[in-house]
Design a protein around this ligand. Structure first.
Ligand code: PLP
Length: 403
């Protein structure tokens, strides 16, 4: 019998790791426990109650009164559902591009046959709204504008209200990727006039990957209903998905029951903690992490004031081998650290502090481990400096929730 087969049959537990990459982040034990509940039919009244509860929590976190649902699939499914439902071949979409995941949207839009107009700006800085203003004026028929709230590849927190305003002035729909920020940073769907947003269960929510919690505005649904052609994807057709999640409860697909138990528990945990407290926990841990990293010369890619709390990409010092350090962290300390993507491949490390992974104990453990490793791979660090600086930050927040 192969080692793998043995593992499956005896269900040996996977080793515990400290997940400080771009996701999945640590799953809350209550979420994993919830996923072990009995199987149930996807139209069973008891299960419908679970769906209703999830919808309600999503409305609270997204700050919306519009339709909420959890799309089967990861964050990319949420992205594809939005683009393929809102766009028909030839439709104009302006995409604000400032990182790796923005480029993924371009790829998807082109595959759908939309008329994609990418506005490319510098990676590692917030997208300048003026570029959108200049471009959108040149067209009379832009159907959709897209942006990413937290560009995970660069660590940029993108302000959305200005972009939304410009889109609305030109009568375009506005779609937002909230994969990295949902439940870790404030997002206000209705106040900010967002027509469609999606996230992923494995980031700040602290559940396993496999669901994309999303929100669709009435206006977006109306646009989908009025399409001349059917969306290219049947499975990711937002109108059909919303009919299962809405009052009609029309069968669409076999709902991933256990995943939905899991996300429901994750959302309960979010509401128990409270959104503001949760956002603040993410802020404090990110501030301590940044202070620690800076103390040993690991500089953040994103400028202060535009940094995401959820993920911190830092430049890898000259002469230090990316893989060697990440391997040492994993093998010696069981800590997963994220690698750079696209243009930043081999140039940055990405430290993720999302949901259950955003804890003081992990920040201090990581800083201590990276200090030790860097000094052993020939990069001189003042031992203890990172932990000392991070501790100073923590001491300025007595009585605040950090774990
Ligand atoms: C901003 C952003 N959008 C989209 C995705 C894709 O999500 P997934 O990997 O869950 O499909 C990611 C993944 O990290 C992301 O960070």
């Amino acid at each position: 019998m192969t080692q793998y087969a043995e593992k499956v049959i005896t269900a040996q537990p996977m080793p515990n790791k400290i997940l400080l990459g771009p996701g999945p982040s640590m799953a809350h034990p209550r979420v994993l426990q919830a996923m072990m509940q009995s199987m149930i039919g996807y139209l069973d009244p008891d299960f419908i109650e679970v769906l209703d509860e999830i919808s309600g929590h999503l409305k609270n976190v997204y700050k919306t009164n519009q339709s909420t649902l959890a799309i089967p699939g990861t964050g990319s499914a949420g992205m594809e559902a939005g683009l393929s439902s809102l766009l028909e071949p030839g439709d104009k979409v302006i995409m604000c591009i400032y990182g790796f995941f923005c480029e993924r949207m371009v790829e998807m839009g082109e595959r759908i046959g939309a008329n994609v107009i990418p506005i490319r700006a510098e990676w590692g800085a917030p997208f300048p709204e003026e570029l959108l203003e200049e471009e959108i004026k040149k067209h009379s028929d832009v159907k959709l504008v897209t942006a990413i709230h937290g560009e995970t590849s660069t660590g940029i927190a993108q302000p959305l209200e200005g972009i939304s305003k410009i889109a609305k002035q030109h009568d375009a729909l506005f779609m937002v990727d909230a994969v990295t920020t949902f439940s870790g940073r404030n997002i206000e769907i209705d106040n900010w006039n967002i027509d469609y947003a999606y996230s992923a269960s494995q980031k700040c929510l602290g559940a396993p990957p496999g669901l994309s919690p999303a929100v669709v505005s009435d206006r977006a649904l109306e646009t989908i209903r009025n399409r001349k052609t059917k969306p290219v994807s049947w499975y990711l057709d937002l109108e059909l998905l919303c009919k299962y999640w809405g009052e009609e409860r029309v069968y669409h697909h076999t709902a991933p029951v256990s995943m939905l138990y899991g996300i429901n528990e994750a959302l309960r945990i979010v509401m128990e903690e409270g959104l503001e407290t949760r956002f603040e926990r993410h802020r404090i841990n990110a501030e301590a992490l940044n202070a620690g990293l800076q103390a040993i010369g690991l500089n953040a890619v994103a400028p202060q004031g535009s940094r995401l709390e959820q993920i911190t990409p830092v430049w890898i010092p000259d002469g230090v081998d990316d893989m060697e350090v990440r391997d040492m962290l994993l093998n010696e300390f069981s800590i997963e650290l994220g690698r750079g993507l696209g243009d930043f491949s081999g140039k940055v490390w990405r430290v993720g502090l999302m949901g259950e992974s955003s804890k003081q104990e992990y920040v201090l453990t990581f800083l201590s481990a990276i200090e030790s490793i860097l000094s052993r791979v020939g990069y001189e660090v003042a031992q203890g400096a990172a932990v000392a600086e991070a501790t100073k930050i923590y001491n300025t927040y007595p009585g605040k929730k950090k774990s």
